[in-house]
Design a protein around this ligand. Structure first.
Ligand code: HEC
Ligand code: HEC
Length: 415
């Protein structure tokens, strides 16, 4: 199974993975420069990650206006910021499993809203040499860049629900900042609505890449790594459990240490895994027993539908700001960090705490996967390599320490 090999990636020297990433990132910047070569913008592209950006380029400044503009939706009430609130780590503020969109804000979505923080170093989707799926945007990696990703929310019937790109561009032409859009992208930009829409996607990407509000690196843990703040005892115990391969083993996927080049950890290795998260009946689509969200193998993503070994795998999210989340995992099944972390360590020792009982009294484990894909669930790696009757990888007190540590990953720490 791919996820067994998966972790060999972890054992590459930090240097290898860091330089690999640096290469990917440089490539990203290059293609981005090429992409905007024809535009009339002379604004600088600022790829800096942890360097605070003082002023946004002209496309990025436009991107901010677009990001917050509810008039670009069918309802007139929904913008990117509605679901990705800058005041809540660019994630949802309510505790709904899925948000309601569409013209009347009554059409439910299918996945929980991810935070948009720290996505600027995510590489485009690729299979690593050992076959590990890596990178990409959205929870199944189907968008290759932030710009490409920006198309979907405008057109998805359960989100901003515009009819087509031309519909979005028509609304854009009525926006207060339309003259600015023309100044940046040329007076003839609205001659072709596909081109105008592409510039809008580009502007949104630049905003997310350039504005340091998306990647401030100012959590208590960042200060700790810089030697400028001390974690308290519970946080330190939590960090040790998080890193310990025989205990939490969380760092195997949620990278917690600096790269060889000094780069701050993102708490994701950009890979995918199948956790066997329980089905969430709060998502209306699950009323249909035949409905399954299988991540990499579909239904939203279509190019890997033949890869049944990847069914049920979702992207490893960054754990930065995880303590500010109201719902957890791709389907928002859990509403507390305690449940999310406890699930990891008690999934196999105490499955009755997480899954429904069937009539003969047995527990229906991995009930959000068709039976044929149950074997895709990762059951070999710490902490989810246990069985009933065994001790959980973390005791309840240790889970509390891990939660305290995760609290040190929230942006905006003040001494
Ligand atoms: C109705 C709520 C909603 C709105 C409005 C919305 N999003 Fe999202 N966003 C989501 C959800 C849900 C996902 C996860 C989708 C998936 O995995 O398929 C997501 C995913 C993303 C991602 C990928 C994150 C990752 O981890 O790879 C980006 C980037 C993003 N949205 C940007 C935007 C932008 C830009 C806009 C405005 C044009 C926007 N979103 C509008 C709900 C929303
Ligand atoms: C083998 C890889 C792997 C390991 C080890 C791992 N995780 Fe995860 N983690 C994931 C993946 C994949 C997801 C997303 C799953 C989904 O959405 O269905 C995730 C999601 C999460 C989430 C939910 C975040 C959100 O935004 O909804 C939390 C919290 C979390 N992990 C904490 C931990 C902790 C704590 C540990 C150690 C006890 C750990 N993880 C170990 C792969 C891993």
């Amino acid at each position: 199974m791919w996820h067994k090999d998966n972790k060999t990636v972890q054992h590459l020297s930090p240097q290898t993975s860091a330089s690999k990433l640096a290469a990917v990132f440089t490539l990203g910047v290059f293609s981005l420069l090429t992409a905007c070569g024809g535009a009339s913008t002379s604004a600088p592209v600022t790829p800096a990650a942890d360097v605070p950006v003082v002023a946004l380029s002209a496309p990025a400044a436009l991107g901010e206006k677009i990001f917050k503009d509810a008039s670009l939706s069918a309802s007139g009430k929904m913008s990117c910021a509605t679901c990705h609130d800058p005041a809540n780590a660019h994630a949802q503020t309510n505790d709904l499993s899925v948000q309601l969109g569409g013209a009347n804000l009554d059409i439910p979505g299918f996945r929980a809203v991810p935070s948009l923080r720290y996505l600027n170093l995510t590489p485009a989707f690729f299979f690593a040499a050992d076959g590990t799926p890596t990178g990409g945007f959205t929870r199944d990696g189907r968008a290759q860049s932030l710009a490409q990703q920006a198309e979907r929310p405008f057109l998805a019937p359960h989100e901003m629900a515009n009819l087509d790109k031309a519909d979005v561009v028509a609304k854009l032409q009525r926006a207060a900042y339309v003259s600015e859009f023309k100044t940046v992208f040329g007076n003839a930009i609205f001659v072709d609505s596909d081109t105008a829409f592409e510039r809008l996607q580009f502007a949104l990407q630049q905003y997310q890449k350039e504005d340091s509000a998306f990647h401030p690196y100012d959590a208590k843990y960042d200060r700790f790594l810089a030697g400028k703040a001390m974690l308290n005892e519970a946080e330190l115990r939590g960090l040790a459990l998080f890193n310990n391969p025989a205990k939490g083993n969380c760092a195997a996927c949620h990278t917690s240490s600096k790269g060889a080049d000094g780069a701050s950890p993102l708490f994701t290795d950009f890979t995918y895994d199948n956790l066997g998260v329980p089905r969430n009946p709060a998502i209306p689509a699950t009323a249909d027993a035949a409905y399954f969200d299988l991540g990499l193998c579909g239904p939203d993503r279509t190019d890997l539908s033949a890869r049944s070994d990847l069914c049920g795998a979702f992207k490893v999210p960054s754990l930065r700001n995880v303590a500010t989340r109201k719902v957890f995992f791709h389907n928002g099944r859990f509403t507390s960090l305690r449940d999310a972390v406890s699930f990891y360590v008690r999934r196999d020792t105490n499955p009755e705490e997480w899954y429904p009982l069937v009539s003969d009294g047995t527990v229906l484990k991995f009930n959000d996967l068709p039976a044929a894909y149950a074997t895709n669930v990762n059951t070999t790696e710490v902490p989810y390599n246990r069985q009933r009757g065994m001790a959980a990888a973390l005791s309840p007190a240790e889970v509390e320490d891990v939660i305290k540590f995760l609290g040190s990953l929230s942006d905006g720490y003040k001494n």
